[in-house]
Design a protein around this ligand. Structure first.
Ligand code: NAD
Length: 330
């Protein structure tokens, strides 16, 4: 049993903690919270041991959410820590992980330099085997890499052009974000998959929640027909090619779909590609895909744990993770 701690129990950390708790080869040591709020209370009620920053330890006691220890105890007691603290804070924790000789997995809000390897399981699992520090790329980049990896293997990619419509607008406006190009997603995808060759990524923010939409045009080294590409993508376990007849038109429909499928926390771990959008024109492939920002990185975190521990190869780990999370079984 791999003993895993989750440092930071927010949007990503709570989902990773749930996933770790579901894995037959892992044990969740506990999670850390910075404040004894409702999320900490809910974690306690789920049976998770909650650890607190040293300076707030007594506040947890006062709020009747007694802490199991301080964050350093969690790091010391865990074989591997998943760091899901706010963007940039992981780098501040890295010396603490090093002090305890605890390998750590960072998230996409950290810069690539925080880790030895940037990671997407179906794309470069082997590179993370035995590493001390691994970084899961952002939700959007994870979604891109999952689509690029099988295309590279089957056809080779010459270049990719992607517009990412991101669900992060604060006000009722559409805005380019960032206005400078490329957005971080292109360089991040190249960290994991240099075989992409050239990539241009342009980001926009729109006022909606949970689901991003990507418009991709990929120039391949071959000219497959659309049906062949559709078959290839349908075979990937973390890609769901949405059949036309499901009538899924938007991120809102996808939320409902996730709930109806009985997914906790509206999790949709798989890329959702609109089947009818898969179109080819000689060597150019175009499609639309949607990414659930809160959960697509979760299976990647679980696989990174096994890669660091060296307890499974890519195919074994992906299969175990998928099975425990109910991916591709409906
Ligand atoms: P979040 O703000 O929802 O959660 C962060 C958690 O860390 C909170 O529970 C907070 O209490 C805790 N925390 C704050 N200070 C702490 C400290 N000093 N010690 C321990 N815990 C502390 O953040 P998030 O959205 O889950 O993002 C976490 C990381 O995941 C970031 O790198 C982010 O870029 C990345 N990410 C986020 C999303 C997303 O959709 N939210 C998607 C992919 C990747």
């Amino acid at each position: 049993m791999l003993r895993i701690g989750v440092n930071g129990y927010g949007t990503i950390g709570k989902r990773v903690a749930d996933a770790v708790a579901e894995m037959p080869d892992m044990e969740l040591v506990g999670v850390s919270k910075s404040r004894p709020n409702h999320t900490a209370d809910a974690a306690r009620r789920r049976g998770y041991a909650v650890y607190a920053p040293e300076e707030r330890h007594d506040d947890f006691e006062a709020a009747s959410i007694p802490a199991a220890g301080v964050v350093e105890d969690l790091i010391a007691d865990s074989e591997i820590v998943v760091d899901a603290t706010p963007a940039g804070m992981g780098a501040q924790y890295r010396p603490v992980y090093a002090e305890h000789d605890t390998p750590a997995i960072f998230q996409g809000g950290e810069s690539a330099e925080v880790a030895e390897t940037s990671f997407t399981a179906p794309a470069n699992y082997e590179e993370a085997i035995g590493q001390q520090y691994v970084r899961i790329v952002s939700c959007n980049t994870t979604g891109l890499n999952r689509t690029f990896a099988p295309l590279i293997e089957a056809y080779g990619i010459e270049r990719a052009d992607v517009t990412l419509v991101r669900c992060r607008g604060d006000h009722a406006v559409i805005k380019p974000d960032p206005t400078t190009l490329p957005s971080h997603h292109g360089p991040d995808a190249l960290e994991v998959l240099p075989e992409i060759g050239e990539i241009q990524t342009m980001g926009m923010k729109v006022p909606t929640i949970r689901h991003h939409v990507h418009s991709l045009t990929v120039t391949l080294n071959d000219s497959p027909d659309a049906a062949a590409v559709r078959d290839l993508l349908s075979e990937q376990s973390r890609i769901h090619v949405i059949p036309e007849q499901l009538g899924i038109e938007s991120g809102w429909d996808l939320q409902e779909y996730a709930l109806d499928r009985g997914r906790d926390r509206m999790n949709l771990y798989e890329n959702q590609i609109w089947g009818e959008s898969i179109t080819t024109n000689d060597e150019h492939l175009s499609l639309f895909q949607s990414i659930h920002r809160e959960s697509d990185v979760v299976p990647e975190n679980v696989d990174a744990i096994r890669a660091i521990a060296g307890t499974a190869d890519a195919a074994e780990s992906i299969e175990r993770t998928n099975e425990a999370l109910g991916i591709d079984t409906v």
